[in-house]
Design a protein around this ligand. Sequence first.
Ligand code: SAM
Length: 307
Amino acid sequence: MKVLTNLPDYNSGGAIRAFLSERGMGIRKKWGQHFLVNPRARSVLVDALDIKDRDGVFEIGPGMGAMTSLLLEKGARVRAFEIDPGFGDVLRELFSGDPSNGEGDASFTLVPGDVLKTWEQNDDGSPYLLGNLPYTIAAVLVGSLIEKGRFFRRMVITVQKEVALRMAAKRGGRDYSSISVLCASVYDIKPLMTLKAASFYPPPRVDSAALLFTLRDGEKNRTLFAPLVRALFASRRKTAANNLEHFLSVSGIMGSGVRPRDCAKALLSESGIASKERAENLDYRAFNVLADTLEAWIKEPKWKGNF
Ligand code: SAM
């Protein structure tokens, strides 16, 4: 195990404040900066990834590097996505000197900027992801990774508790939404811990929760899956048939001469879904069948003109 030295004291709000003020830096609310000052929680989260020496990890929002240092100590190769340029400087200073001089750590790569815009061009195929994510980007990032077929072997994600409840929600529940279906479509999700506001500096207004995502074997990326899930949840009070009819008419998928209403009903029927059903009662498998049926119909032009 590698031992890193000269790290800031990550366990005290006062020490973090002093470290930042020495550098003329502050804490930026707009980027959801709340630092996990609970060392036991940090260890539990990093251990849950269960990484081996030289495994690649995407770390989203490393801040001052409290979790980064634990990952590097475990021998991971860390690709750190950080939007705050000041933290970027701190991270470089702590972790990426010139490795040929024995300085710093060749295992650390900083990707500056907004991760929503940078991850695709800077994707080295790392199989693990760790992130304590601001609620403003959490669902968008996780949704877009899944939608684009970028699956990780394991992800440990800490988010505002309400967002965690939505990500891990089961069919039929109050929190079940399009992000629940997207997450369940490729991952088994296990709650790891609830983190009270006092575990962070500065304390946020709400509690947070950490989730472990484990990729199921054999799941494939379906191009129409995410658009269909979003479409069927677009208006929660509407039936599957009504939401699907709207999606078919605006998407231009059907071409001319086909009535969206008839097509929506026939598609649902062939997929084994009652047209009066609501999205909140459909699990990811039902959406898989629907996406496969629609893809088959698009490839097989004979369905055109049948309605
Ligand atoms: N990992 C640290 C920890 O757990 O103590 C800091 C977590 S803090 C909640 C969120 C971090 O994400 C901050 O460092 C913030 O600057 C960064 N961040 C916020 N929005 C981001 C974005 N769109 N892209 C990359 N980093 C972002």
